[in-house]
Structures are given as structure tokens and as C-alpha cells.
Ligand binder design. Structure first.
Ligand SMILES: [Zn+2]
Length: 432
């Protein structure tokens, strides 16, 4: 397939008149025809100089970028949208509402919710999702006949929606430091980390990765077991989203959650720390030196009144930023990018912490890498042709220019349309 892109985000920045040739699901060649090319949405003047292309090339107006990677998702939380944004409360009161939904879900309703959430993601330009999945068992904690039935429902949902998935199968063993799981948490727990690892090993699907729910939910002595079982796989973990988690961890173990994870060998380039909101200077240094990914979820963090994570300081220390829509109060990766910069402005009363290109890297290439999809997220030879286009002629984007700044600060998810469907969404195995 040949595509003539009016404008495209390449590794060098935004270029105009970009001719792509794809083979199967991969980009075979990328040629920049240049600014001088006139673009009418039809075969261009430049095309006339390549007569063999005439009639064979699909033209794509607008600004084409790599598909977004949504690196932190709990698909079923989507059902809370519009229902938990009333009254007062905190993260912990919201969690009670979320638990009430979790208690009721079946494999069928879990599938339906995820399918619709992933369809919303696809419609807004997301081509890969990291699903942080901890709802494993029946309401009383008994495994289903297939102990991975709930996880398989998510894989099937991703297949049906046409999105590539990394299923981050989550270890959850405790209701808090020194507290066994109770109530709906029984659905989350495998009993101990060895049993979790056995269940995950039995999954037999290359799309499965691993997660530690949090240091609240996986006791200190169980952490190394998870780390060992996850070796070579993406490993994600909720980290210091709440001050209360830090205080409880310090009281129980005398160290911060970040230090606890570091001592368990859980940090590194294959690991993603999700939220990383309330960190000490030492925590930031540990995450940076270990080259851990840090996934901010700004629209959820503000919805839950979590706080503002030190994104720029983490980046400067060596951590790599990625983004997720988490609870799906909003599904709009452009809004997530924009919010990273805007929140830091509000916190610091200074503008210009992040460039648009840095934020686009977080939402695309770096995000895909953190999910183990190292051949996606760039418009470059050999990369997957998972492309989406930002319409530059809507009431929001008209006159803003074919620039990275338009993609981050002017457009919204409503301006994004998929160009191609990930051809191997159903078999999106990692390449590592
Ligand atoms: Zn989460």
C-alpha cells in the first residue's frame, strides 16, 4: 500500500509531503517529497513525476502521527464515568464505588465493558493498550474453571475492538500492610506470589505481561517472587499515588514504596511505575538511575484529587515518561499530553516545562516500548504502520498549523481518526 501523507510526524519532526510504502503491517519505505509539493487531496503535482504511483496511492490530508499507546488502563472503570463525579470525597471514597462495580462483574460483562472501552480508544487514535488486570476470580475468591477466564475476556475484547494489548496480569495478595484481602479483594488474590506466577505461566499467550498492584497489595517477602517470574516481561506497578500509602509503608517497613521496590529488584527499564505522585528526592533518583518508565495519568489523577507528580524532575533524573487514561474518566491521549504540561504550570507558575515533541514521544514511541512493543510508535522504516491522523480543518484546529504544538495544545481526541488498523492486533506479541 502507498500512502501520501500531507504532513507527518517523523523522527526529525513534522515533514510535509511524505510518501509511505507499506508491506503487510510494516512500513517499508519513507520518502519526504517536501514542502514544495502542492497537496490537493488528490494525486499531487509531485505524483505526476512518479507516474507509476498515479491511481495507486491513497492520499491522507492532515497531520499523520504514530498511533498512541495508552499505557495504563482499567477498562471496567469506564462504567463509573458520569456517576462518580458528584458529591465530595477522595481517592478512597471513589475506590468504594469502584469496588461495588468490581463485585458484580462476570466474564461476559467484563468482556462487554472492555470491548466498548477499547472501541472508544481506537476511535480516538489509540493503537495499543496496557491493561492492568487484577479481577481474576469468582466473587468468593474461587478460581473459574479456567483460572484465566477473566484475562481471556480482555484479550477477546481487544481482538474485537482491533487494538493491540499488553495484558498486565496483576499480583494482588493483601488488603494493606499486614491485612489479608477482604470483600471484593478476594477476587483479586491468588493466595501467594508463587500461585500467581503459576496461573500466569498457564495463560500461554504472548500478550501477557506482569504487574505488582502496589506495595500495599504485595507483601515485601513476595515481591522478589513476582520480579523473578516477570523477568524479561514488562512489569508495571502502582506507586505512591496516595500519601497514605507512603505513610503506611514507612510505618510498616521504615522505607518508602520506591525504596522497597528498588530493594526487591523491581525497578529498571522493563518496569513502569504508574502515577509516581508523592515522591522524595531519593525516590526520584532511584527511578531515574534505574531508567524506570513512569506512567502519568493526569486526567485520572485530577479526577481523584491525587496530586501532581514530579514528571519533569523524573525525566531529568533519567526516567522515561509514558501516559495512560487509567480510570477512563476521559479517553483522550491529547488531553493527557497537554495536562502533563498544564499541571506543572499550575504547580510552578512557570510555562514551558515540556516541548510538544517530548510529549508526543511519551504518548507514542516511549509508551509502546514500555509495553514491550518496540517496533511501534514511529513513522520509520521497519516500524508497524499503525497510523492516525489529526484533522487540521476542524473548528478547533483550523489555522493552528501543521505542527507538533497543534497535536498537543490545539487538537482533541475528536479531531483524530485512525488511518490503519493494527493488522496483528490479535497477536501483538512482544519482540524482545
Ligand atoms: Zn491503576
Amino acid at each position: 500500500m502507498r500512502l501520501l501523507l500531507e504532513h507527518a510526524l517523523l523522527e526529525t519532526g513534522v515533514e510535509s509531503g511524505v510518501l509511505l510504502e507499506t508491506e503487510g503491517e510494516l512500513i517499508k519505505t519513507v520518502r519526504v517529497l517536501g514542502q514544495s509539493m502542492t497537496f490537493s487531496g488528490e494525486a499531487s503535482a509531485e505524483n505526476v513525476r512518479f507516474p507509476r504511483l498515479a491511481g495507486e496511492t491513497d492520499t491522507v490530508p492532515g497531520l499523520t502521527i504514530p498511533g498512541f499507546a495508552n499505557c495504563h488502563s482499567h477498562a471496567f472503570h469506564r462504567v463509573l464515568r458520569g456517576h462518580t463525579q458528584r458529591g465530595r470525597g477522595s481517592f478512597w471514597t471513589w475506590r468504594e464505588q469502584m469496588y461495588a462495580v468490581a463485585a458484580e462483574l462476570t466474564p461476559d460483562t467484563y468482556f462487554e465493558l472492555a470491548r466498548d472501552t477499547y472501541a472508544e480508544m481506537r476511535a480516538t487514535g489509540i493503537t495499543a493498550v496496557g491493561e492492568f488486570h487484577y479481577l481474576h476470580h469468582q466473587p468468593d475468591g474461587t478460581p473459574y474453571d479456567d483460572p484465566n477466564e477473566m484475562g481471556r475476556a480482555l484479550l477477546a475484547a481487544a481482538d474485537e475492538a482491533g487494538i493491540r494489548i499488553r495484558l498486565l496480569d496483576t499480583c494482588y495478595l493483601a488488603g494493606g500492610f499486614g491485612h489479608p484481602p477482604e470483600g471484593v479483594q478476594l477476587r483479586y488474590s491468588d493466595g501467594d506470589a508463587h500461585a500467581w506466577a503459576e496461573r500466569v505461566a498457564a495463560f500461554g499467550d504472548p500478550r501477557v505481561g506482569a504487574a505488582i498492584h502496589s506495595v500495599r497489595a504485595v507483601p515485601r517477602d513476595q515481591l522478589p517472587v513476582v520480579v523473578e517470574a516477570a523477568r524479561g516481561l514488562p512489569l508495571h506497578v502502582h506507586l505512591s499515588e496516595q500519601v497514605a500509602e507512603n505513610e503506611a509503608c514507612l510505618a510498616a517497613h521504615g522505607v518508602t514504596p520506591t525504596r522497597l521496590l528498588a530493594e526487591a529488584g523491581a525497578l529498571g527499564p522493563l518496569t513502569t511505575a504508574v502515577h509516581a505522585t508523592h515522591l522524595s528526592d531519593d525516590d526520584i533518583a532511584l527511578l531515574g538511575h534505574s531508567r524506570t518508565h513512569v506512567c502519568l495519568c493526569p486526567t485520572t489523577e485530577r479526577d481523584l484529587a491525587d496530586g501532581i507528580g514530579p514528571g519533569r524532575r523524573l525525566h531529568d533524573a533519567g526516567a522515561t515518561l509514558t501516559l495512560g487514561s487509567d480510570s477512563h474518566a476521559v479517553v483522550d491521549m491529547i488531553e493527557e499530553m497537554r495536562a502533563v504540561e498544564m499541571h506543572e504550570r499550575l504547580a510552578s507558575r512557570q510555562r514551558g516545562h515540556w516541548s510538544a515533541l517530548e510529549l508526543l514521544a511519551a504518548a507514542t514511541y516511549d509508551g509502546h516500548r514500555s509495553l514491550g512493543f518496540e517496533d511501534a510508535g514511529r513513522i520509520a522504516e521497519g516500524q508497524r504502520a499503525d497510523l492516525v491522523t489529526i484533522d487540521l480543518d476542524t473548528i478547533r484546529t483550523r489555522g493552528t498549523g501543521a505542527t507538533a504544538e497543534t497535536a498537543v495544545f490545539a487538537a482533541t481526541a475528536a479531531d483524530v481518526t485512525p488511518v490503519t488498523t493494527p493488522a496483528s492486533a490479535g497477536t501483538g506479541e512482544g519482540h524482545r
